[in-house]
Design a protein around this ligand. Structure first.
Ligand code: PMT
Length: 403
């Protein structure tokens, strides 16, 4: 990888003892590194050690005349191509979420236009505290990327989530962030998760989609520099960094959200499991068991939902549209028929009869089917890796088209 300028900010946590190793690993990856510290971080990591390793002044004091010759904290913020905050304490994350510039690090983080990668480290209860979680959500929404924290034994004696990621993981994540911006300029609209079709005030018809496949696609597209809008049905997943999320429940709501976002989209990926049918007349209140004849049971009349993918394809224009197909048995022939019927550019077919692919698992095995009848088999991989392969294919199709 090309040498890049990385500003490494260490904050005041015990995990700061790993910072010299992180500096060395970033340097070994070819990067130029400078360091800055919060006012008390030097209690955990030596300023002199970092200065010796980087060969550059380690900045810590916003009001030190010798350090602030020419508004140097702004120069430092402008110099960085990537800012890494490691370890990132709960206090520093709170300051970042609220835009505090009470010390040099806060000022640099507000002033920089570089992407920011944070590696949190703290006590598990501090991590789980709603205030910390709300701050993380705010920061993710602004595009801050996170690596870790890992789960395990913590310096405070507790077990749980809160360990700073290993320097090697932070370096790998930095590499991804600094890597290809191959989807810069594109706007990717992704749907994910299952829909829930109301029967009454409390009951729905839904399916087993977890949203993992669609969220992996949204995350990877954002990582490649795209603007990403994620229309999410039922899912427990957290919003990937830098992704705009619209939550919906029913197929009709999903259709409306997709159509609202479609004008801006250059790439549409429909990984959601949309219910084909919905109860025609959902009850506004809860249907009471006593109101039913227990022998007769209940008959629901289902009506067809709009086919969102087909509707998007009907107004495709220059967009690249990717559909998914959940098939069991006879996967490729059934998916080829679906590709033809829906009219998308690429269809990702997964065999949902496998235990390790399709709904609600971390892995997938798919076939990529394109309009020309080309079929590529992608073996069993993590959904993140499958997402990468799908987006590689989308990029190839778009570059071929623009030639
Ligand atoms: O969410 P996970 O647990 O990670 O699982 C991933 C997945 C199995 C849900 C995903 O990989 C997948 O296959 N999604 C599509 C599931 C599906 O609904 O397939 P389908 O064959 O019924 O639909 C074909 C395509 O039409 C899909 O792109 C679907 O989003 C779209 N569709 C379907 C019905 C409808 N009314 N409108 C649509 O747009």
């Amino acid at each position: 990888m090309e040498a890049r300028r990385i500003l490494l900010i260490a904050t005041s946590g015990i995990a700061a003892y790993k910072v010299p190793d992180l500096v060395r690993q970033l340097q070994r990856a070819g990067h130029e590194v400078r360091c800055a510290l919060t006012p008390t971080a030097s209690r955990f990591v030596s300023r002199l050690a970092l200065q010796t390793l980087t060969g550059a002044t380690v900045r810590q004091d916003l009001f030190d005349p010798s350090e602030e010759g020419e508004i140097d904290h702004i120069r430092l913020a402008d110099w960085a191509e990537l800012v890494i905050v490691a370890p990132a304490t709960a206090n520093t994350l709170a300051g970042m979420a609220h835009g505090l510039a009470e010390n040099l690090v806060g000022a640099v983080l507000l002033a920089t236009e570089a992407p920011v990668l944070a590696a949190p480290a703290m006590n598990v209860n501090m991590w789980n505290h709603p205030a910390t979680q709300a701050n993380l959500e705010t920061l993710r929404g602004r595009g801050v990327r996170f690596v870790g924290p890992g789960v395990g034994e913590l310096a405070c004696g507790w077990e749980g989530q809160g360990r700073m990621s290993d320097p090697s993981e932070i370096v790998a994540e930095a590499g991804l962030l600094l890597g290809s911006q191959s989807l810069a300029g594109e706007t990717v609209l992704v749907t994910a998760g299952g829909t829930a079709e109301p029967i009454d005030a409390v009951r729905t018809i839904t399916n087993r989609s977890s949203g993992k496949m669609g969220f992996a696609l949204a995350e990877e597209a954002a990582r490649r520099g795209a603007r990403v809008c994620l229309v999410a049905g039922l899912t427990a997943l957290e919003t990937p960094a830098g992704v705009k999320r619209l939550d919906v429940e029913s197929a009709l709501e999903m259709r409306n959200a997709v159509m609202q976002e479609l004008p801006d989209a250059t790439i549409v990926i429909k990984a959601a499991a949309v219910a084909d049918f919905r109860p025609e007349f959902p009850e506004e209140a809860k249907i009471k068991k006593e109101s039913l004849d227990s022998q007769e049971g209940i008959t629901l009349k289902l009506v067809t939902n709009p086919d969102i993918l087909a509707e998007v394809c009907a107004q495709k224009g220059d967009r690249t549209v990717v559909g998914f197909a959940a098939e069991s048995g006879d996967v490729v022939p059934a998916a080829l028929r679906k590709l033809e019927r829906k009219g998308c550019d690429l269809l990702v077919a997964n065999d949902i009869s496998r235990d390790d692919a399709g709904f609600n698992v971390d892995t997938n095995a798919v076939y990529l089917l394109s309009r020309g009848g080309e079929v590529e088999e992608v073996p069993l991989l993590s959904k993140h890796e499958v997402a990468r392969q799908i987006l590689d294919r989308v990029e190839k199709m778009r570059s071929e088209r623009s030639r």
